[in-house]
Design a protein around this ligand. Structure first.
Ligand code: ADP
Ligand code: MG
Length: 399
């Protein structure tokens, strides 16, 4: 991996104005932040810079404002939540450029933290307009990006600014990039990927990229049905994208060409209804009744998957193996997650996972903390798994 600048390279920041791009796009309920994870994740960078007596100026977006300022999408309530999390006051100013922002920045003392209003209140943000980026840059001496989850977008505050000021990766961005490098960039081999979830259609690029990079690809979840059907298996009423049979075959051909083993389920847990506690049974995948649907992979398949986890030095995981939200169709996902976690704890495996539902599934299994790294970055994580360059990361690399 090309090296990138981190806070270790930043030098003396005392009294300097540092524009720090963070992800504060947190879930809100009744005007209150309902999950503090994203705020907690950026705390190390902010406290480090503040501790070194920089003037810390936070840039962030919130939601998707359509036409200019929208009070419902103000970052003000998040400044209050951030003050609690950081254990020091986070001031707020209701603009991110211009006189008002400049005034607030001018009155900062070394070590102070200030949150600027939602960058997306200006159209120039998402357009990565150079004029808007210049206005942002005018209020800072240094730029730090700690928002990996926004790095797949080339916006003024995630990409444009890095061309205008000395640019560094924050601690959270650094941790994410280092973990991802261990996952697919320069992994210990053999590398095994587990991909599950609902549909092939949302993960074609991801599957195509993985078969070129990993030694074995385990396919589970609803998307395995599409692969099984492409091989002529009757999957009954299971979730299945029959129109993607050709794509599934192509992925299997690419895998064969690249020497990547494809592991499909051999047995399945089936039910007649998609609901918790539905009557269910275990059948071989070639014996799925016409009126039944596959909601999880079966015990034989779990054994096979755990065997691949045992052989792997590196595991990359996106997508649950079954409909884990409803009991008892979480069994395979929980079993494989626990197995990967114990191999990781034993020092035998590097395990990297990500994806909205995958994070939920690993939390449900109670093992998220035991993986080497669990990315909460969503879209940026998936684009990384697709092998795409992330503009917000590219611009931090040393050329
Ligand atoms: P992620 O958000 O981690 O990328 P996805 O969104 O692709 O994962 O997929 C998660 C969804 O896939 C879950 O809601 C889960 O219920 C569903 N799923 C997994 N296996 C099946 C199955 N056999 N039938 C129907 N849905 C499934
Ligand atoms: Mg999802």
């Amino acid at each position: 991996m090309a090296r990138f600048r981190t806070l270790d390279d930043i030098g003396d920041v005392k009294g300097k104005r540092i524009l720090v791009r963070v992800d504060l796009n947190v879930p809100m309920e009744d005007g209150k932040v309902s999950d503090l994870t994203r705020i907690e994740r950026v705390a190390p960078t902010i406290l480090e810079l503040s501790g070194k007596e920089a003037k810390v100026i936070l840039l962030a977006h919130f939601g998707r404002p359509k036409d200019g300022p929208n009070p419902a999408l103000s970052l003000e309530p998040i400044a209050r939540a951030a003050s609690d999390v950081f254990g020091r006051q986070v001031a707020f100013v209701g603009d991110c450029i211009g006189e008002k922002a400049r005034g607030a920045i001018f009155s900062l003392n070394p070590g102070d933290v200030l949150l600027l209003e939602n960058t997306r209140f200006y159209k120039g943000e998402e357009k990565n307009d150079p004029e808007f980026a210049k206005q942002l840059a005018a209020d800072g001496d240094i730029y730090v990006n700690d928002a990996f989850s926004a790095a797949h977008r080339a916006h003024a505050s995630t990409e444009g600014l890095a061309h205008l000021l000395p640019a560094y990766a924050g601690r959270t961005m650094q941790a994410e990039l280092e973990a991802l490098e261990k996952g697919l960039g320069n992994p210990a081999k053999p590398v095994v990927a587990i991909v599950g979830g609902a549909k092939v259609s949302t993960k074609i690029d991801l599957l195509m990229n993985l078969v070129k990079k990993v030694d074995a690809l385990v396919i589970g979840g609803g998307m395995a049905n599409t692969f099984l059907a492409a091989r002529g298996v009757d999957v009954g009423k299971s979730l299945c994208e029959h129109d993607l049979a050709a794509t599934a075959k192509q992925i299997m051909i690419e895998a064969a060409g690249a020497g990547c083993a494809i592991i499909l389920p051999s047995d399945a847990v089936i039910a007649r209804e998609f609901k918790a506690g539905a009557a269910n049974e275990i059948v071989s995948v070639d014996a799925v009744p016409a009126d039944a649907m596959i909601l999880d992979v079966g015990p034989n398949t779990i054994g096979t998957i755990n065997g691949w986890i045992d052989r792997a030095e590196t595991l990359v995981w996106n997508g649950p193996l079954g409909a884990f939200e409803i009991d008892p169709f979480d069994k395979a996902t929980v079993a494989a997650a626990k197995h990967a976690a114990s191999r990781t704890k034993a020092g035998k495996l590097v395990s990297v996972a990500g994806g909205g539902d995958t994070v939920a599934a690993l939390n449900h299994a109670g093992v998220a903390d035991d993986f080497t790294y669990v990315s909460t970055a969503g879209g940026a994580f998936l684009e990384w798994m697709e092998g795409k360059e992330l503009p917000g990361v590219e611009v931090l690399k040393l050329k």
